[in-house]
Design a protein around this ligand. Structure first.
Ligand code: COI
Length: 335
């Protein structure tokens, strides 16, 4: 079975080779899948992508024309896949429903704590030879604070446990809380979580057309004044102008994000200056530093997560090519 894998960084190749155990013939493409490099998959039986790859009808049509019937993602999120087009073309889509959940949870915690303790501001001051201790470095301690986890899935609960370990009171909101969620955290209505939390961390999947701009003016107005917001889920969930406005009024004291809209134009690229970043929203977020901390979608960029992503993807391909399907297949929601 021949697989073309897109967006494989040099560091990742040895992991792909080691976990493959000669089951598959893999072709690695460094870049994310675009309309320009789709032809690299010609001659393959299957394609493996990750988040931010362009898996729209146009690319799926090309794959179908070349007899490719399996296009799998090694990400948890699958908002980059055109589910309807794949169903129309008879292509099976699958994902990795969970990899080391602490990967993203640890980054979310780090961004939250960095904002809570004003780390970037403090470091910036000392880098400018300024050792004064101003009021805006004054902080509470996390064991006296409340953390709200939005989305009590695997990642949200992993973060909840990290914060519980630090002694914080942890609340969670989930429209369909699992038994594990109920047993792990105090599940409350969203309005209560927003009103009480000093740090709100978002871990909900993005469903295009359904929960775009979930974090909007109304959401922010319900938050505790001066709280910190963290988004390691998807940029599309955040109404950035509303967030920047809330930072301006002090309603929010800090925003930490690993994700932003139209990441695909930025990720993997180096620009000479911030002015050259071809994404107005990203430029605005960067300009709001240190009230806004932006990382380049690295939540899942850890060794345990990488190993899980590759291992589970290979298992998905193994299942598909031996049984015709995989339990991790993504189905089109009935409309
Ligand atoms: C996900 O797994 O959903 C991610 O965001 C990871 C990234 C490599 C796209």
């Amino acid at each position: 079975v021949k697989i073309t894998a897109y967006g494989v960084r040099a560091l990742e190749e040895p992991y792909f080779d080691r976990l493959n155990q000669d089951q598959f013939t893999c072709k690695y493409v460094r870049e994310l899948l675009t309309h320009d490099n789709v032809a690299a998959a010609k001659g393959s039986d299957a394609v493996l992508v990750r988040g931010n790859c362009i898996v729209d009808r146009q690319n799926l049509q090309r794959f179908a024309d070349w007899g490719i019937r399996a296009v799998f993602t090694r990400s948890v999120g699958y908002n980059h896949l055109d589910l309807q087009a794949a169903a129309d073309l008879g292509i099976t889509l699958a994902r990795v429903p969970g990899y080391s959940p602490t990967a993203v949870a640890e980054l979310a915690l780090t961004l939250g704590m960095a904002q809570f303790r004003h780390v970037s501001l403090a470091v910036d001051q000392t880098r400018q030879a300024n050792f004064t201790v101003s009021a805006n470095l004054f902080s509470r301690e996390i064991h006296t604070a409340t953390v709200g986890i939005l989305g009590a899935g695997r990642i949200g609960l992993a973060e909840a446990k990290l914060y519980q370990g630090l002694g914080a009171r942890v609340l969670a909101y989930d429209p369909r809380p699992s038994a594990t969620a109920q047993a792990t955290v105090t599940v409350v209505p969203l309005s209560e979580l927003l009103a009480q939390s000093d740090i709100v961390s978002v871990h909900v999947p993005y469903f295009p057309g359904e929960n775009d701009n979930l974090i909007d003016t109304e959401f922010l107005a319900q938050m505790k004044p001066g709280a910190v917001l963290v988004n390691t889920a998807r940029g599309e969930l955040a109404d950035v102008p509303a967030i920047l406005n809330a930072l301006g009024t002090g309603q929010l004291s800090g925003y930490g994000t690993d994700v932003f809209r139209d990441e695909v134009a930025l990720l993997g690229k180096q620009f000479a200056t911030l002015d050259e970043v071809p994404n107005a929203e990203a430029r605005q977020l960067m300009a709001a530093y240190p009230k806004v901390l932006v990382t380049p979608h690295v939540g899942s960029y850890t060794e345990p997560a990488l190993v899980d992503m590759i291992r589970i993807s290979y298992a998905n391909f193994h299942d598909f090519f031996t049984t015709g399907t995989t339990s991790n297949a993504i189905r089109v929601a009935a409309s």
